[in-house]
Every structure is written in structure tokens, then in C-alpha cells.
Design a protein around this ligand. Structure first.
Ligand code: GLC
Length: 338
């Protein structure tokens, strides 16, 4: 005989109310604490810091916090700063630089998503680089295990190419186990294959027993609008001039896409982090502002945390030469910002 309380619980679960209980879980709390964020892109994820035009300055963190952002995502090209042979030691000078940046972010009161970015040799030849990737995360997790829970790890940005969704599903549990050995309670961020595209969410397989996972996807649609004129994307010059005016049809496309993410989140009981979204500077400013404002407000309506791509480069919400925010973009991201 089912008890009265078990019947009530089953009914509540059917109604979707059961998810509220999970809102107390650390992964859900972490997503609430991340809230609004910005990527410090094209800095430590370049071949070396500064080579892609952005060198992180200490004062950036106060600027970001004072604007109202709650976190930064820190993309790092770890693979460019480690030995090529076992034990794949990460260069100590580089590690110290990351220590310093993390310390500055935390002192400014920001949460941090520490991300491994642009390991291009891995996406080109995953079998040859798996041991090295695991060794990198062993070192990173051992080094940062004492940092507060406001630091999250994201072990691989945008798996793609030869790192297929199947290979990624097989690799992620190994990465997680490596991290867990050093740092058992850390919240870990993981996204699906094919560039963390939301259409791959149904194919993402996660170690079911680990509740300290946040699921990330990147949102750049319509891609021909957000990536018009981007030098690193084929044919992107053909798209220059695309606008986004916020017509009913354009809004509906966004809402439909984000609704599928939200449904997946509820069905799989995993909180969502939009780790990247943005429109490149070759698009006109009015369109960029309209798109950014609408997608950001939809993320919030659906309780996704988000990080704009990115701070001070080609998508930049901040102008590093003027040392000033690009106000319309900042207001699209943070309407209450002064
Ligand atoms: C991904 C790439 C990054 C690029 C961004 C926008 O994060 O790794 O280099 O700038 O997407 O296309």
C-alpha cells in the first residue's frame, strides 16, 4: 500500500513541483550565485596572454563587480603552457599568473568559472591527447582544491571535430573522476558535444550519481547574425548587414530554442548555465543591443545563469582604450547598472 505522503509526493513530482526540492542542491545554488557574468575572453585563452589583444588588468575585476556582474568566466589555454611529454607539468610561471588572476577576481567578490579553452590538438586527435588532458586537470584540481566553492571548473570548452559527442560522453567521466580525486565537492560545469550546442543536449550522457554538475550550452543564434564578419568563421563576410530588430518571428525563434533547453533541464534535473552568448562588433549596435537584451531577459525568465562573450575584445561590452563600458551593451546586460 502506498502511504499518503508517497502519493502526495508522486502527485507533486508529476506537477513539476518536485524540482523545488532540488533547488536546495549545491548545483542549483551555484547557478543562482553565478547569475550574471562576463567572459574574460581573448586573454589567457590566446596562444599567450596579450597576443590576442587582451591583457587582464587587476582593476577590471572591480569594474566588472561594480557594474553588477556576479561572476567571470575565465577561459585558459592550459595546453599551451604544459610539457608535451608525461608528466605534462604545467609551467609554474603560468600557474602563478592564473593564481594571481583568480585571487583578484575573488577579492573583488566575483565567482569564477575556470575553463579549459582551445586545446586544439585534443579536438584534432583526442586519443593522442587524453592522458595529457587528464594530467592537466589533475594538476589544476590539486592546486586549487582549497579555493572557496565560488570557483567552478569547466574541464573542456566546446568539444568538436574528432572529439565527437560519443567520445566526449566517454571522456567526461574520466575527467570528472580525476577532478573528484583531488577536489571531491567542487561544482563542475559540463556541456554537450558539437561546440556545446543546445541541440546536442539529448545526447549528453552524465554520470548519474554526481549531483554537483552544472550543464552549460552556448547560444549564438541566429549564427549568421551573431557571427557576421567574424574572421575565424568561413563565409562570415557574406552575412555582414544582417540585422536583429526583435520582430515577433525573431523573438519566437529564440524563445522556442530556449524552451527546449529549459525542458531538457527539468526532465533531467540539471541546472543550466549559458556560458557564452554575444553578437560580434561587425553587426550594427542597435541590433546587437536588441538581441543581447532579449536573449538575456529570456535566460533570466527561465532561471539560467549566463556569461556574455566577452569583456574587452571583438564582442566587447567594455572599451579597453577608453576604459569605459559600451553603455548600450552594458544596459542590455544589466538594466539596473548605473
Ligand atoms: C568560442 C571560441 C572563441 C570564439 C567564441 C565566439 O568560445 O572558442 O574563440 O571567439 O566562441 O565565436
Amino acid at each position: 500500500m502506498p502511504t499518503r505522503s508517497s502519493i502526495i509526493l508522486a502527485l507533486l513530482t508529476c506537477l513539476g513541483v518536485g524540482h523545488r526540492a532540488n533547488a536546495e542542491e549545491p548545483a542549483y545554488a551555484a547557478v543562482r550565485a553565478l547569475g550574471s557574468g562576463i567572459n574574460l575572453g581573448n586573454a589567457l585563452d590566446g596562444p599567450s596572454e596579450g597576443e590576442w589583444g587582451v591583457t587582464i588588468k587587476k582593476e577590471y575585476f572591480a569594474t566588472i563587480r561594480q557594474a553588477g556582474f556576479q561572476h567571470v568566466r575565465l577561459p585558459v589555454r592550459w595546453s599551451a603552457h604544459a610539457e608535451k611529454e608525461a608528466p605534462y607539468t604545467i609551467d609554474e610561471t603560468f600557474f602563478k599568473r592564473v593564481d594571481e588572476v583568480l585571487d583578484q577576481a575573488l577579492k573583488a567578490g566575483l565567482h569564477v568559472v575556470l575553463d579549459l579553452h582551445h586545446y586544439d590538438e585534443m579536438t584534432a586527435d583526442p586519443d593522442a591527447h587524453t592522458d595529457r588532458l587528464l594530467a592537466l586537470w589533475k594538476q589544476i584540481a590539486e592546486r586549487y582544491r582549497k579555493l572557496p566553492p565560488s570557483v567552478l571548473y569547466e574541464p573542456f570548452n566546446e568539444p568538436h571535430d574528432k572529439l565527437t559527442p560519443e567520445k566526449w560522453n566517454a571522456l567526461f567521466p574520466k575527467l570528472l573522476a580525476t577532478i573528484r580525486r583531488a577536489d571531491p565537492a567542487r561544482i563542475v560545469v559540463v556541456g554537450p558535444g558539437e561546440w556545446n550546442g543546445f541541440r546536442q543536449l539529448p545526447n549528453l550522457k552524465l554520470p548519474g550519481g554526481d549531483r554537483r554538475l552544472v550543464v552549460t550550452v552556448h547560444y549564438y543564434e541566429p549564427f549568421e547574425f551573431t557571427h557576421q564578419g567574424a574572421s575565424w568563421v568561413d563565409n562570415a563576410d557574406d552575412w555582414v548587414g544582417r540585422t536583429w530588430t526583435g520582430s515577433d518571428e525573431q523573438k519566437e525563434q529564440v524563445t522556442n530554442a530556449l524552451t527546449t533547453i529549459s525542458r531538457w533541464s527539468k526532465a533531467n534535473d540539471r541546472p543550466i548555465y549559458i556560458g557564452e552568448f554575444g553578437a560580434f562588433s561587425k553587426a550594427d549596435m542597435d541590433s546587437r543591443v536588441a538581441w543581447t537584451k532579449f536573449v538575456r531577459s529570456e535566460f533570466e525568465r527561465l532561471h539560467f545563469a549566463w556569461a556574455y562573450w566577452e569583456f574587452a575584445s571583438g564582442f566587447g561590452a567594455y572599451d579597453p582604450e577608453e576604459n569605459a563600458w559600451r553603455k548600450p551593451l552594458l544596459e542590455a546586460l544589466l538594466p539596473d547598472s548605473e
